[in-house]
Write a protein that binds this ligand. Sequence first.
Ligand SMILES: [Zn+2]
Length: 62
Amino acid sequence: MIYECHVCKLEYLDEDTAKRCQEWCENHNSCNFLIAKQAINKEEMLKQSVTDERFKTLDETK
Ligand SMILES: [Zn+2]
């Protein structure tokens, strides 16, 4: 079973992490890298500019 964050479309193997990602995405309008790095499709999503922008935003918030 794969769980997807409906906001950023990252996919997770456990529902709990997917929910945390989705909550974060809805509240912060970006991805939490600590959550996103657990996504099973992150390599694929990083190639897509929309998600890439989100990851870039994270770097700037440090
Ligand atoms: Zn997300």
